[in-house]
Design a protein around this ligand. Structure first.
Ligand code: CDP
Length: 218
């Protein structure tokens, strides 16, 4: 069974998806982490993230894998654990440009299907219910107000020792939403049959319970 969870940055998607997977004993796949890992590889290679031909060259020599241990999802780039590095501001600044490139998406979607196809999985991203698994058994689209998303992203970054004002964070979320929703190839959009979960006034526990109950009661 596939549960697709899509939505914009800092909507509470990742933490919710991870916990839902844990409660249902499903595997959890964070596809954003994969796009972040490609972006890190592009930056490490000193290549312009907007030049598709150059990025394609990087893709050819890339090995991205994800593993779960102790309830945590780890992302590996050519065998190195990059789980923390991919959350850095420099990666966040460029990830939407890299993710908009068709060759990057094709490669990542192939890997994502290989990992989750035929399994019980919670797959989280921007295009899971629309493109990667359009036949998913359950589809959820998580959203929240910019105010709340700015606060949530601030708390995430604080844990990594990065302090930015809420205004700066909201500005960046809007910038990234604009690129993610406006791109030609598999833009961020709610699938017609996805259940909308507005988490603005929901606690983390409520978000998880809402999804788990929908799945269990079906
Ligand atoms: O954690 P955060 O909400 O900041 O975003 P993420 O899930 O880590 O995804 C980072 C970026 O990857 C997004 O802003 C998208 O540009 C891209 N992405 C995508 O294009 N398609 C996906 N399925 C997942 C992420």
């Amino acid at each position: 069974m596939i549960i697709a969870i899509d939505g914009p940055a800092a909507s509470g998607k990742s933490t919710t998806a991870k916990k839902v997977a844990h409660q249902l004993s499903f595997i959890y796949l964070d596809t954003g982490a994969m796009y972040r890992a490609v972006t890190l590889a592009v930056l490490n290679a000193g290549i312009d993230p907007n030049v598709e031909g150059d990025v394609r060259g990087v893709l050819q020599n890339l090995k991205i894998s994800v593993e779960e241990s102790d309830g945590e999802s780890k992302t590996f780039l050519n065998g190195n654990d990059v789980s923390e590095e991919i959350r850095r501001t420099e990666v966040t600044d460029h990830v939407s440009a890299v993710s908009a490139l068709p060759s990057v998406r094709e490669e990542m979607v192939t890997i994502q299907r290989r990992i989750a196809d035929g399994k019980d999985a919670v797959v989280e991203g921007r295009d899971i219910g629309t493109v990667v698994f359009p036949e998913a058994d359950f589809k959820f689209y998580i959203s929240a107000s910019y105010e709340v998303r700015g606060e949530r992203r601030g708390l995430d970054l604080k844990k990594l020792g990065i302090e930015l004002s809420k205004e700066e964070l909201i500005k960046d979320l809007k910038r990234r939403d604009g690129i993610d929703s406006g791109r030609m190839h598999s833009p961020l959009t709610r699938a017609d049959d996805a259940i909308l979960v507005d988490t603005t006034d929901m606690t983390f526990e409520e978000q998880v319970a809402f999804i788990v109950e929908k799945v269990r009661n079906s």
